[in-house]
Write a protein that binds this ligand. Structure first.
Ligand code: NAP
Ligand code: GLV
Length: 291
């Protein structure tokens, strides 16, 4: 989504107290000295940029966007990418550009194990849709203690050993992690080297999860057969970036799951109402863990 700033300019706000700041990645410093601030409500699901801004008041609760319409959109993007990787549709598109009539082997969905990194709002909806489609799904999360209702066809894993074991069996890895100090650069040579040759990578979370040079090297060595990339270290992706022209990279413009203004407005309104009436605020970010 395009970057939105505070609805009112700082000049308009000068002197007046502000109860709630409804923001989508405002420029660093924007929230530094708002008087009376009681809630920061993000219009984005990922709050890594807000958390990286040391001037955001630490004592003010920070809520992120959690909206089933957005989760659904993310699951659709992940499902499309997985189907296209599994059935070779990106290869057929390349074959068409070369006027090549070239049927590929056809695998069943139950022969294509998928690993979903992150089993939160986006990861759970995605894992469910993939499992319904017949893919064997492993979902990786941080906290073994918090077990959500189990979904048929989805195995939940935690810890590094389980991750390494899952990677060795994975045909498609989908990243839906938040960007934290623990997950920055997780899509690196070491992780990618655990995948079977020709596996697919789908990064729908944040560009800084990837070590871009390692992803490029894994593509060029054939370790990765294809990458679907929605997010990048620099956005918009610079026009001379090699990802744009790599024959086995599909680039999306950070559009995997955009904030839906209609449903997001209701999410925000519910939290503003909760603040006004003294009810618990929803979807608060745990700053200590970074998401
Ligand atoms: P969420 O509900 O907070 O879920 C995060 C998941 O990641 C949780 O399952 C969490 O584990 C897991 N996790 C966190 N740190 C981990 C670690 N170190 N090791 C293993 N698992 C870890 O977040 P969400 O709403 O699903 O959103 C995920 C991310 O998607 C956002 O942060 C954002 O970056 C990205 N996003 C991208 C787009 C787009 O258009 N491309 C749109 C929206 C969101 P626990 O369950 O154990 O806590
Ligand atoms: C988009 O990337 C979001 O975090 O909402």
């Amino acid at each position: 989504m395009p970057a939105h700033h505070l609805a009112l300019t700082r000049a308009e706000l000068a002197g007046d107290p502000v109860d709630v700041a409804i923001v989508a990645n405002p420029p660093p410093g924007s929230l530094a000295d708002l008087r009376g601030l009681r809630l920061i409500q993000s219009l984005w699901a990922g709050v890594d940029r807000l958390l990286a801004d040391a001037t955001v008041p630490q004592q003010v609760p920070l809520a992120r966007m959690v909206d089933s319409a957005m989760n659904q959109a993310m699951a659709e993007t992940a499902l499309w990418a997985t189907l296209a990787l599994h059935r070779g549709f990106f290869r057929y598109a390349a074959n068409q550009r070369a006027a090549q009539w070239l049927p590929h082997d056809q695998r069943r969905s139950d022969e294509v194990p998928v690993l979903v990194l992150g089993y939160g709002q986006m990861g759970q909806m995605t894992a469910k849709r993939l499992a319904q489609q017949g893919y064997p799904v492993t979902a990786w999360r941080r906290d073994a203690g918090q077990v959500p209702a189990s979904l048929p066809g989805v195995q939940v894993a935690t810890g590094e050993a389980a991750l390494l074991a899952a990677l060795a069996q994975t045909q498609v890895v989908i990243n839906l992690l938040p960007l934290t100090s623990e997950t920055r650069g997780i899509l690196c040579a070491q992780l990618l080297s655990r995948l079977p040759t020709g596996a697919g990578l789908v990064n729908l979370a944040r560009g800084a999860h990837m070590v871009e040079a390692d992803v490029m090297a894994a593509l060029d060595s054939g370790r990765l057969g294809h990458a679907v990339l929605d997010v990048f270290a620099t956005e918009p992706l610079p026009t001379d970036h090699p990802f744009w022209r790599h024959p086995r990279v599909t680039v999306l413009p950070h559009a995997a799951a955009m904030t839906d203004a209609r449903s997001a407005a209701q999410v925000v309104a519910r939290n503003v109402d909760a603040l006004a009436t003294g009810r618990p605020l929803a979807h608060l970010v745990a700053r200590y863990r970074g998401y």
